[in-house]
Design a protein. Structure first.
Length: 72
């Protein structure tokens, strides 16, 4: 790989990493605020929404850590 190609790939990688870091920071802040819900507001619909979020995140963590269906 030529130097310019390697630097371009590194720049693109770091840009994507920054996007992911921003998303993770936003999710953590939202989680810290109980996803914007107060204790008296919670219903089973909210539970379902969080279950959906958890499933999507599990797909990502399984791929990143080579677990679940991505296990070697």
């Amino acid at each position: 790989m030529r130097r310019n190609d390697k630097q371009t790939a590194l720049d693109a990688f770091m840009a994507r990493k920054s996007e992911i870091d921003t998303m993770l920071d936003r999710l953590k802040a939202l989680s810290n605020e109980h996803f914007g819900y107060g204790p008296d507001d919670i219903n089973w619909g909210h539970v379902g929404t969080l279950a959906h979020y958890a499933e999507l995140l599990k797909r990502i963590t399984d791929a990143a850590f080579k677990e679940g269906e991505h296990a070697a």
